[in-house]
Write a new protein. Structure first.
Length: 387
């Protein structure tokens, strides 16, 4: 059986004609299988949703109890029969509950990875390699310049700065779902045991992580602290809050940003980031190419990011590869902040996370809904819109 008979790209996302479902559909469908809770993959309004318990919970937190007609939780490794195919979910190492979805029929396996990373993350199950015939990969950092290095070395950089400037507050911009909690866990792993402060938009999802057994130490809300109390502390906030008047409540804040894009110095400069931290929840170039090689698939389909470079690499390796050009998958690392720092579309999670927050917390955060153009890692010559 050909992989296209098992899964095929449609304008609405990856569709399984034999199984009568979509994976991460970009518009409402009757039956959706969801890889993870980020808003460009997990949308509200589907009839039936099949996902891990954590992803279903995150969708509930983000969209409310009625985000789908019905839901079903699936455990990692469990195999379900849907129409003419077998489906199973496997850890993607991206965020808590994230899964690659394997769809198999007549001995042919297609794996849709959603977003993934192949490096350790204390807040989620490690990426699992699924041998397959066709592998559907993202390419957010699909250029050789993107090598993220060791996240704990970046955290060490942050902690050195905290020690060096005991009167200043350190504000770390980090995406609210996944990155923020991973940064906190990495700070704890480095031995920092003082309270860590949270922006109101982080509260709901971070408490959820804690409820799932992820130990994040003592957490406090920025809004409950005085300016004097915030001297010498670390606070985690959505990236866009770094440019907000919200930062005025901190004494002489140091602006840090945890993102794979911080590998591009021009991006850090452009956003006024004093302390760039190269920490990504996506595979870097080495991770993408190593995973593709190890999966043993003869066909590679690339869904979003720097598709062309990765497709080219695959072709050089003798693999059949093509970009899928599905419109709608974005880049959560940027959290929808445009080049000028302004926001456009409100994100339900951010709005909800601020519930009960003080009135001078920033307005609801945006979320990107269009694909990110290729980055220009050399800096200086970034394409318009490639924030
Ligand atoms: Zn994601």
């Amino acid at each position: 059986m050909r992989p296209e008979d098992i899964l095929r790209p449609m304008p609405s996302g990856l569709c399984s004609p034999l199984g009568d479902f979509h994976i991460d559909p970009t518009r409402p469908v009757e039956r959706a299988l969801i890889t993870h809770g980020h808003s460009d993959h997990a949308r509200a309004g589907h009839g039936a949703v099949l996902a891990t318990q954590e992803t279903l919970d995150m969708m509930r937190l983000r969209y409310g109890a009625n985000f789908a007609g019905s839901t079903q939780a699936v455990a990692y490794g469990e195999t379900l029969k849907l129409g003419g195919v077998d489906v199973s979910f496997h850890p993607a190492g991206h965020v808590l509950g994230s899964a690659q979805i394997c769809v198999a029929a007549n001995g042919t396996r297609v794996v849709a990875s959603g977003d993934y990373k192949d490096v350790p993350d204390p807040t989620c199950a490690p990426f699992e390699l699924i041998p397959c015939d066709a592998f559907i990969t993202e390419a957010t950092f699909g250029l050789p310049v993107f090598r993220h290095g060791d996240a704990s070395a970046e955290i060490a950089k942050l902690l050195r700065s905290v020690a060096l400037f005991p009167e200043r507050a350190h504000l770390v911009g980090a995406y609210s779902l996944g990155k923020a909690q991973r940064v906190i866990a990495l700070i704890r792993a480095a031995g920092y045991d003082k309270p860590i402060y949270l922006h109101g938009a982080m509260e709901t999802i971070t408490r959820y992580y804690v409820s799932r057994g992820i130990d994040l130490g003592e957490l406090r809300l920025v809004r409950d602290a005085s300016k004097a109390e915030l001297a010498g502390t670390i606070a985690i906030c959505p990236p866009s809050a770094l440019q907000d008047r919200w930062t005025r409540r901190f004494p002489d804040p140091v602006s840090a940003f945890a993102s794979g894009w911080m590998r591009v110095r021009a991006r850090a400069r452009q956003r006024g980031v004093e302390l760039p931290l190269v920490i990504s929840d996506h595979a870097d170039w080495d991770g993408l190419t190593a995973t593709i090689a190890a999966a043993g698939a003869s066909q590679i389909w690339v869904t979003h990011g720097a598709e062309e470079a990765l497709v080219h690499w695959c072709t050089l390796k003798g693999l059949e590869a093509r970009p899928l050009n599905i419109v709608g998958y974005g880049d959560e690392e940027e959290e929808g902040v445009s080049a000028d720092g302004s926001s456009s579309v409100p994100s339900p999670l951010e709005g909800e996370g601020q519930g009960g927050g003080s009135s001078d917390d920033p307005p609801a955060k945006p979320t990107r809904t269009t694909p990110t153009p290729n980055p220009s890692p050399q800096g200086g010559g970034e394409q318009s819109g490639a924030v």
